[in-house]
Design a binder for this molecule. Structure first.
Ligand code: DI6
Ligand code: FE
Length: 428
């Protein structure tokens, strides 16, 4: 024992001279800590707090943050970024006045992406999905979700989820996979939606659960999707197989899908443009996260907005995500989704940042992500901004200057920074 010598605490990274938007509930806006220090050990945060009063650290690497702002790594909790083809031709049709639901009823929309996705090989899907995911990573996304739902048969749903598994293996990010078999009715089951739901429940869910290809199921509860009764059958089967529940609800009309999903213990209810304010207390009661997806509202020229005031007044936690997909949200930018949530729906910049960090993580059932505090996962970003509100305020101004995911530093490109090379650079 080194008696008489101040004991120091070993860590892998010590980041000094930073301002921290911790997003904890410490009573300050953004959970801010103005004269902050962060220590990382392994893949976890060891210390997040004031420099004054911090232990003395013996760090393998030290970075002076130069008064930059630290935030948690961004979380995009709702994407459909694995798909074949694109829908630019449908975009042109919609600009000529044909609406999304009309296109879907004529066999286009989601089903046109199903055709392109079925035709694509696993390798092709992986490379296009990888490129989209890299756009998210470049903005500081350290966790994102991917949904299936463009395969709509056993082989192709499994193919999509395998691509998700590959993304998880190959990217420096946490990738959650969700099974969205009940996304649209495939052509083979025309006029027999109940038979397709039978197939989803009897064949797909057991297989996907058994093979660990997804941790959650999702549904599209809508006139052009599935009825609440059909969605309920999916929820029952998901629960029986230990899968979490998520749901696309009240996007285009009010079928009371959010109330139904919340009663089944859904992690999140997503979209909510047509959610009735009187149904909001049910979301609060069951602890469902309200996932706000302003890109779909924007691209569809929707005019009905989610009941943000009621959600806020009832204390329902709101997440913000891209919904990245080829139909209603061809947009690979979580920072733009945050901006849209503010401009289109009236979230505050702080709510939008919480939505794309802490609440996004909760919408995925991840309790160790999305806030900066000791014991949480070491996913964090340093930004060249003078206030965290700037992240939602300006479009295409910002990219994180430093990124750590699971305690490993990486570049915006996703490339891992080798510790040796880094310490040389930083010591100059
Ligand atoms: N709602 C959406 O916004 C996406 N899926 C859904 O259920 C759109 C998917 C698409 O149009 O391809
Ligand atoms: Fe979606």
């Amino acid at each position: 024992l080194n008696r008489g010598i101040t004991m120091s605490v070993a860590c892998d990274w010590l980041i000094t001279d930073i301002r921290i938007a911790s997003l904890t509930d410490n009573g300050a806006p953004y959970g801010q800590i103005l004269d902050g220090v962060i220590a990382i050990r392994g893949d976890a945060l060891l210390y997040v707090g004031e420099a004054a009063g911090a232990p003395i650290f013996a760090a393998r690497q030290v970075l002076n943050g130069g008064q930059r702002w630290a935030t948690p790594g961004l979380v995009d909790c709702h994407t459909h970024l694995i798909f074949g083809g694109n829908r630019a031709a449908e975009f042109e049709q919609r600009l000529q006045g044909i609406d999304y639901q009309q296109i879907a009823r004529q066999g286009g929309g989601i089903n046109s992406t199903v055709n392109a996705t079925r035709a694509a090989s696993e390798t092709e899907l992986l490379s296009s999905a990888m490129a989209r995911a890299q756009r998210l990573l470049a903005e500081g996304v350290t966790t994102f979700e991917v949904k299936s739902g463009y395969g709509l048969d056993v082989a192709n749903e499994v193919k999509m989820l395998r691509v998700g598994e590959q993304l998880a293996h190959q990217l420096p990010a946490t990738v959650c996979r969700t099974f969205l078999g009940a996304h649209a009715l495939p052509a083979e089951f025309k006029d027999s939606a109940d038979a397709y739901i039978d197939h989803v429940c009897a064949e797909m869910i057991p297989l996907i659960a058994e093979q660990g290809l997804a941790t959650a199921v999702d549904v599209f509860c809508e006139s052009i999707g599935f009825t609440p009764a059909q969605c309920e059958r999916v929820f029952v089967q998901a629960k029986a197989h230990g899968l979490a529940i998520k749901a696309h609800v009240e996007q285009l009309s009010d079928l009371k899908g959010a109330v139904l999903a919340a009663k089944y213990g859904a992690l999140s209810v997503d979209h909510l443009e047509y959610l009735a304010p009187e149904d909001v207390p049910v979301l609060k009661e069951h602890g469902a996260i309200a996932v706000i997806l302003p890109a779909a509202y924007y691209f569809l020229h929707e005019t009905c907005k989610p009941p943000i005031d009621a959600l806020r007044a009832q204390g329902v936690k709101m997440a913000v995500a891209t919904d990245l997909n080829p139909g209603t949200a061809p947009m690979a930018s979580i920072l733009l989704a945050m901006n849209q949530a503010c401009v289109l729906f009236g979230l505050t910049p702080e709510e939008s940042l919480r939505g794309a960090t802490h609440h996004g993580a909760l919408a995925l059932g991840l309790k160790k992500k999305g806030v900066l505090a000791a014991g949480m996962d070491a996913d964090l970003l340093l930004w060249d901004v003078s206030h965290p509100a700037e992240l939602a305020y300006a479009i295409n101004f910002h990219q994180p200057r430093y990124i750590w995911q699971a305690g490993i530093q990486r570049l915006a490109s996703g490339a891992i920074i080798e510790p040796a090379a880094l310490s040389q650079k930083e010591s100059v």
